[in-house]
Design a protein around this ligand. Sequence first.
Ligand SMILES: C[S@@+](CC[C@H](N)C(=O)[O-])C[C@H]1O[C@@H](n2cnc3c(N)ncnc32)[C@H](O)[C@@H]1O
Length: 256
Amino acid sequence: MLKELWQYVSNTTENPIAKKMGFLSESIAMEARAKRCKQSWGVHYQNCQKAILQASLRSVQKRTVLVLGAGSLHDVPLGILSTQFDRVLLVDLVFLNSARSVAQQFTNVELIEYDITESLARIHIGLPMVDTPMAWLDDLSIDLVVSLNLITQLPLIPVRWLIEHFEFSEQEGDVLGKQLILAHLLYLQSFDGEVCLIADREGVEYNAEGQELDRFDPWWDIEPPKAITTWQWELMPLGEVDRNRSQKNRVGVSFL
Ligand SMILES: C[S@@+](CC[C@H](N)C(=O)[O-])C[C@H]1O[C@@H](n2cnc3c(N)ncnc32)[C@H](O)[C@@H]1O
């Protein structure tokens, strides 16, 4: 806990909204959980890296690769991408110091803190208007785009923010969640190069005996593109958050 507090003080983000809305503390908590769940999350990270390298094989030219939701970088095969591509652009709302020091080792890797929904500035003041993002669509050197465990996360903090600070109803939150997911899909489809979407498809909660308690759709009822490969991510091993509950998510890879 003390360590997480120290990280909150020592890590900075260029985007004050990201800090205020809770994205920085969420990244710190996620990094701590990744350490605690090293074994089960490691398999998921390896699968993500494999999928990105498969996507890279499909990319005819290798000028620029754009990774959206790069976050901790644990799921990015950075060394290989940096040798394969002229330029590696890693985008997230928040990069912790740990990710910054990894990225610094590569001269052609750029970390960019950016709100990929292009809507948070308005949502932050209670205006639930979702834009279709435009960033990098005019960069014709981008041969590969990876959306990395990001799309289903886009609505979570914004919807919670509007419910807690602006008395939004669950129904209003639901509409915003769907809009954010659809806008990201549309955005990905607007690129000319190869696009690889890695995202969870389903979450299942179990009790201590391994019996299923609940099953939920992280896509807010939006139909995800067909996955060409999937795996189980043991997101919450028993005892991580609750000693009587665990959660596994099915993660899928699509090429758009
Ligand atoms: C589940 S994490 C995945 C991160 C990374 N791929 C990993 O596994 O460590 C989701 C990431 O999405 C980022 N994110 C959430 N909303 C975002 C937004 N509007 N713009 C950019 N990044 C965002 C979070 O900061 C977080 O790093």
